[in-house]
Design a binder for this molecule. Structure first.
Ligand code: ADP
Ligand code: MG
Length: 318
């Protein structure tokens, strides 16, 4: 069934605000961060064919659109408050919009975030979310805080989203169970919000992995004015990925993209505190390298030999 614009907003995207002062329905929403808190704001767009395949179930698309945004708050150690949704849809088709909204609300409810506004238009399928979070003034985790001597850490496992993409591209084959698991990692990423909060005051820098480790770590190194040595064998990966050819593994863990894990640094004296943060958040954390004075990124194999060339990071315009 097709819906009108306002009917669609009212039916699927309007709920009473819990944390916001004012939610959907007026010209602006009103947010009030707690005393002493700074507002953390981030925006991410998902475009069909670019960021997701037409095969993605709409419920998972709703989840992912919010998840990738919450992941940015996680990387800053910010607590999610609210988000807006700008939605461009080819048709206001109930069979598509209802599950999309369901996936979105399920994740929003788990993190207690309010949908406080947005914009809805006909056009190519495109979802753009802006999230608002709060973080104690001066305590946000930034890309610029890595220092020589820091340990380099990563949460969860890397590369499964890319592995699933390689299956869709017919370059890799997996058994049905392994493919379903990898596909979940691609379509239902879990933003590491709890870990980001637990790392405040512990990590020296952080970023979320959206474009692949090589590229995203490169942003941290550049902003921090340091270099890094990463141990390839220590980068955590699923059994399904570990069973692939070495070249596939390297591409997936180093340049996979769509992992939405946190990559962060901390002084060695905080090693136990990082592990405690991981336990508190219920997320595995793995020390996979260190920050060095010498600029640049070296990825070394099990024998300590640097890889000759690194897979290129994802760039929308390259
Ligand atoms: P305006 O004309 O002021 O831009 P709209 O008519 O576009 O307002 O939207 C009406 C109300 O519905 C506003 O409060 C807006 O924030 C909200 N809204 C529009 N689209 C969405 C959406 N996809 N999700 C949530 N709220 C939305
Ligand atoms: Mg509008």
């Amino acid at each position: 069934m097709a819906l009108g614009e306002f009917e669609l907003i009212a039916r699927h995207f309007t709920r009473p605000a819990r944390r916001a002062v004012l939610g959907v329905g007026d010209d602006c929403a009103l947010l009030q961060p707690a005393a002493g808190m700074q507002l953390a704001v981030s925006c991410d767009m998902l475009v069909e064919g670019r960021h997701f395949l037409p095969t993605v179930p709409p419920e998972r698309l709703g989840h992912k659109a919010l998840a990738v945004n919450l992941s940015d708050l996680a990387a800053c150690g910010a607590e999610p408050l609210a988000f807006t949704l700008a939605l461009s849809l080819p048709q206001a088709d109930e069979a598509f919009v209802a599950p999309l909204a369901r996936g979105l609300w399920a994740l929003a409810d788990r993190h207690g975030v309010d949908l406080v506004g947005g914009d809805t238009t006909a056009g190519p399928l495109n979802l753009c979310i802006t999230v608002f979070g709060q973080v104690p003034a001066g305590q946000a985790l930034l890309r610029s805080g890595a220092r020589a001597g820091d340990e380099l850490w990563v949460s969860g496992e890397l590369g499964d989203a890319r592995l699933a993409l390689e299956v869709f591209r017919d370059r890799v084959s997996l058994d049905a169970a392994a493919f379903a698991a990898a596909r979940r990692r691609m379509e239902l990423p879990e933003p590491r919000v709890g870990l980001g909060l637990a790392l405040r005051g512990v990590a020296s820098s952080a970023i979320d992995l959206s474009d692949g480790l090589v590229g995203d770590l490169g942003h941290v190194l550049q902003r921090s004015g340091v270099g890094a040595e990463v141990q390839l064998d220590r980068l955590p990966r699923s059994a399904a990925l570990a069973a692939q050819a070495a070249e596939v593994q390297q591409t997936c863990v180093l340049a996979g993209g769509d992992d939405y894990e946190l990559l962060f640094t901390a002084p060695p004296a905080r090693h136990d505190a990082v592990q405690a943060a991981g336990r508190a958040a219920g997320v595995a954390v793995t020390c996979c390298g260190r920050i060095v004075d010498r600029r640049g990124l070296a990825v070394v194999d099990g024998q300590g030999r640097p890889l000759g060339s690194l897979p290129r990071a994802f760039d929308h315009f390259a």
